[in-house]
Design a protein around this ligand. Structure first.
Ligand SMILES: C[S@@+](CC[C@H](N)C(=O)[O-])C[C@H]1O[C@@H](n2cnc3c(N)ncnc32)[C@H](O)[C@@H]1O
Length: 133
């Protein structure tokens, strides 16, 4: 079975269950993004879990935030908790967004979980949805 099927079926939810209590408590190098992100940017996080990092970008950079993750539980909880985010269930190899519609795309520490055979497709998809420049 492909890794992405495992994550869609159960492992995404299991990861979320194991980690959800501490997702907001982990200090992240958000300052690092300052040089790349401008207020109002449209951002996509691939592997966003419940969208806890996107919530930061929404609040502090006033960005329009979108996220995908294979965990139905994480996406469901994120939709309830962060109503300003646009979250959906999905995987990195098939992004259901139009071409060149995002200013910034983040891989949310998920590339190590992507099936090797979908790695190039994953990079192509990120490039496809990212605006030129
Ligand atoms: C290590 S967690 C990181 C979550 C969050 N971005 C963070 O930094 O706290 C990796 C996330 O990637 C998701 N994931 C696993 N396989 C994926 C895939 N093929 N495409 C997109 N996300 C995936 C998992 O469900 C999990 O939520």
């Amino acid at each position: 079975m492909e890794q992405k099927e495992v994550f869609l079926k159960s492992e995404g939810d299991k990861w979320f269950e194991r980690n959800k209590e501490c997702l907001n408590g982990v200090p992240k190098p958000y300052e690092f993004y300052k040089i790349y992100i401008k207020p109002g940017f449209k951002i996509l996080e691939i592997g966003c879990s419940c969208g806890h990092d996107l919530d930061y970008f929404q609040q502090y950079y006033n960005c329009k935030c979108y996220g995908i993750d294979p965990s139905k539980d994480a996406v469901e909880e994120g939709k309830e908790k962060y109503t300003n985010l646009n979250l959906k269930v999905g995987t990195s190899d098939k992004l259901e967004f139009e071409d060149e519609c995002f200013d910034f795309v983040i891989f949310g520490f998920c590339l190590y979980l992507v099936d090797r055979k979908f790695l190039l497709k994953t990079i192509c998809e990120a490039d496809r949805v990212l605006k030129n420049g």
